[in-house]
Design a binder for this molecule. Structure first.
Ligand code: AMP
Ligand code: ZN
Ligand code: FE
Ligand code: FE
Length: 270
């Protein structure tokens, strides 16, 4: 079944405005989708004709053992929920942290300003590294977004500054308090293999098994781990910007999607 449960818009660090992404979702004929901007729900609500195919959600930045963990929160769409209220501080720290990264780049000899970042973040309420990466490309300091990440912005690169975040434990609890399910996003990006086991211990409800960073073998292993621990599985493209030959949408087993939907409706009536 063609679905995509991991999509970004220009409300965080994607390049498509919500309306443009909704057109893409229609054109591709997705049967189920979720817009999962970083730390915000500002692309919501979705147009009425797409509402029946929506699983509401967002992607939340958290910290575990000193490293970044992204958690997908599905079934949360209330901007007054405990999760979204807790994330308000995290979103404003994204601004302060961006200023730190801009300053670091200037000190490294690559002049860039907050205005350059904002020019590359039209409409964004959640600032992220891709905005800065695009500014660096437009200024000629980097040849591509991935070049900007490799040389300046990756987690261990000289221009990086960590976001002040809540812990994975706090985020998982807040997602549950808000009636949602917590899924470990792109587990292949976790810093240590042990982190996935630890997140399962902390009570996540599932694992994103289909993602561009997971090979077929990775996906098989992740599915096995999910089955052993009675966890949900999800998948998506993590779309940020169009890549030729890589349209949105992944083919995902219907029964896995039904399992997710029935957990969400059980939560909604609980
Ligand atoms: P931030 O939330 O500001 O820490 O930025 C995280 C976003 O940066 C992720 O959602 C990815 O879109 C992007 N990103 C992280 N690492 C890389 C990388 N090595 N190359 C390209 N994009 C990256
Ligand atoms: Zn992103
Ligand atoms: Fe992510
Ligand atoms: Fe993402």
């Amino acid at each position: 079944m063609l679905c995509d449960l991991h999509l970004h818009t220009s409300k965080s660090d994607g390049v498509f405005e919500p309306a443009r992404l909704f057109d893409e979702i229609r054109d591709r004929g997705l049967l189920l989708f979720s817009v999962t901007d970083h730390d915000c729900l500002d692309a919501y609500p979705v147009p009425a004709d797409l509402a029946a195919k929506l699983i509401p959600g967002l992607e939340v930045d958290s910290e575990h053992a000193g490293h970044t963990v992204h958690v997908l929160a599905y079934g949360v769409q209330d901007k007054q929920s405990p999760l979204l209220r807790a994330l308000a501080a995290q979103r404003s720290d994204r601004h302060a942290r961006m200023q730190t990264m801009v300053q670091r780049l200037c000190e490294l000899g690559f002049h860039v300003t907050m205005d350059d970042v904002f020019r590359n973040a039209p409409g964004a309420t959640s600032l992220g590294r891709p905005h800065l990466a695009r500014a660096l490309v437009n200024l000629g300091h980097a040849t591509s977004v991935s070049d900007a990440f490799e040389r300046f912005l990756a987690d261990d690169a000289p221009g990086y500054s960590a976001l002040r975040r809540l812990t994975a434990r706090q985020i998982i609890d807040l997602i549950h308090e808000s009636g949602g399910v917590a899924i470990v996003a792109h587990p292949m990006r976790l810093r240590a293999a042990s982190h996935l086991e630890e997140l399962i211990e902390l009570g996540v409800d599932g694992i994103e098994v289909t993602h561009p960073t997971a090979s077929i073998d990775d996906e098989r292993n992740l599915r096995m781990l999910a089955r052993e621990n009675d966890l949900l599985v999800t998948g998506g493209t993590d779309f940020h910007a169009p890549v030729p030959g890589r349209p949105i949408g992944v083919d995902f087993p219907e029964e896995d999607l039904f399992a997710l939907q029935s957990r969400l409706s059980a939560n909604a009536t609980a």
